[in-house]
Design a protein around this ligand. Structure first.
Ligand SMILES: Cc1cc2nc3c(=O)[nH]c(=O)nc-3n(C[C@H](O)[C@H](O)[C@H](O)COP(=O)(O)OP(=O)(O)OC[C@H]3O[C@@H](n4cnc5c(N)ncnc54)[C@H](O)[C@@H]3O)c2cc1C
Length: 428
């Protein structure tokens, strides 16, 4: 039997994290026939907050109220940082576009403007971020106003203690109090899981029962804070409905992973990709990539019955770092796992990590990644682009520590935009 034909496309994106899905969405919106192939990764653990830049310089632990001012300082100090290599207006445009697309798919975001916001966490701390899901915004306003807010947890939900949150957060938000209620239809003494709770709340009957359970918690409260379980596919709608039933503002608090916010973000992205016409080959790894004499690429996935292979005119590599599997650390070196591209990392293994695990400057290995040119093409051994039509986006790029800088999603989305801009020129 002849082998089934390869899937032809203009752009193949490898990796389906925030960078890969954003790149696929941008490419399709440019009119390219686009395929994204990726296995599930860290996006399932995401809080769905879209960070832009919170901390810089890391050693000083300087926090920025205005992330754009932070980016200007970053560009001056670290011109090689991926975010320093994209015009701020382009970064803003890219994140605005993705946030709007996610909003149109049920996951609405508040406006970012020029300010970072401080979001209450399940640990009772406050963390800075730029774009906040609409379901979490009322907490920011309530804290700013010093309003009386009641944090509510549910019997059986681990890692989310209303009392613990209130204890930790009270020094900076005095008017907080705690309550614990039963989640509707929960088995007595059983464990609750955020994703299941969130899916249950997509039904009207569950929302009506939850509103009833929460009614006593309204007493003396100007707002209620709940774990982030208000729906998966239609959180904005679930949130609005519950607020209307209870007659006061509700805000979600991101839970510890795995929560409902990661699947929510992933599914909103997948709907946006479907609407943009992206062909999605998910749950699959690219196991072999070959540059063709025609100037394009042939990609092979792990399950040929599921996907016979892809033939693309250009490729965007968005396979993440160590957690995503885009990079792998061996005894004395770091390798890029799809193309075997050169990776920048400290050659002396003793310098991969600092002696102090909590050193605010971060560990040099966390800046390892692909060196790239001004078009976001990874470099080959000689310092020239490895291939004229191969681009890279997201945390696989060298010269950044997104975890400590608090720039994860912003970096993923902005570099996806830059890679698509580069690819557009290369395919013209
Ligand atoms: C626990 C956690 C919490 C986070 N919270 C936030 C937050 O609150 N705010 C924020 O802004 N950011 C947050 N982020 C960061 C945000 O998700 C980053 O933007 C992201 O991790 C980096 O995105 P990425 O797409 O570059 O890489 P990844 O998310 O690592 O995605 C890479 C993808 O490529 C896939 N892949 C790897 N190799 C292959 C292959 N050969 N073939 C096919 N697919 C492959 C991986 O499986 C993975 O799905 C969080 C991340 C984590 C892990």
């Amino acid at each position: 039997m002849p082998a089934p034909p390869l899937i032809p496309c203009d752009v193949a994106v490898i990796g389906s994290g925030i960078a890969g899905m954003s790149a696929a969405w941008f490419a399709a919106r440019e009119g390219f026939a686009t395929v994204v192939v990726g296995r599930t990764g860290g996006i399932l653990f995401a809080s769905s907050l879209l960070d832009l830049l919170a901390v810089h310089p890391l050693a000083e632990r300087r926090l920025w109220e205005n992330p754009w001012e932070g980016l200007a300082r970053l560009a001056a100090d670290e011109p090689g940082h991926p975010l320093a290599r994209i015009a701020p207006a382009r970064i803003r445009e890219a994140i605005d576009a993705v946030a709007a697309a996610l909003g149109a798919c049920g996951l609405a975001y508040g406006d970012g403007g020029n300010r970072n916001r401080w979001v209450l966490t399940a640990l009772g701390t406050f963390r800075p971020t730029w774009r906040v899901p609409a379901t979490m915004e009322a907490g920011i306003a309530a804290r700013r106003a010093g309003a009386a807010a009641r944090i509510v947890s549910f019997h059986g939900l681990r890692g989310f203690s209303a009392r613990g949150i209130v204890e930790c957060a009270r020094p900076s938000w005095k008017a907080l109090s705690a309550a614990v209620v039963e989640f509707p239809r929960a088995a007595p003494g059983g464990e609750l899981f955020p994703e299941r709770m969130a899916r249950a709340l997509e039904t009207e009957a569950a929302r009506a029962a939850l509103a009833e359970a929460l009614t006593p918690c309204r007493q003396g409260a100007a707002a209620l804070g709940l774990p982030a379980v208000l729906g998966i596919s239609r959180p904005a709608e679930v949130h609005r409905d519950l607020e209307a039933r209870l007659g006061l503002p509700l805000f979600e608090i991101p839970t510890l992973p795995p929560g409902a916010t990661g699947p929510r973000l992933k599914e909103a992205f997948e709907r946006a990709l479907a609407q943009a016409g992206v062909r999605r080959i998910l749950g699959q790894s690219v196991v072999r990539a070959e540059a063709l004499a025609t100037g394009g690429f042939r990609l092979e996935t792990e399950n040929r019955d599921f996907c016979p292979g892809i033939e693309a005119r250009g490729v965007i590599l968005a396979t993440g770092r160590f957690l995503g599997g885009g990079l792998r650390a061996e005894r004395g070196r770091v390798v890029e796992t799809v193309f075997g591209l050169p990776v920048a990392f400290p050659e002396d293994r003793d310098r991969w990590h600092r002696r102090d695990f909590f050193d605010p400057s971060g560990h040099p290995l966390n800046r390892a990644g692909l060196p790239f040119d001004e078009a976001f093409r990874p470099l080959g051994g000689g310092g020239e682009p490895a291939h004229p039509r191969l681009f890279a986006a997201g945390s696989i790029l060298a010269g950044q520590d997104w975890v400590r800088s608090g720039c994860g999603s912003g970096l993923a989305i902005a570099t996806a935009r830059a890679a698509v801009d580069g690819l557009k020129k290369a395919l013209a």
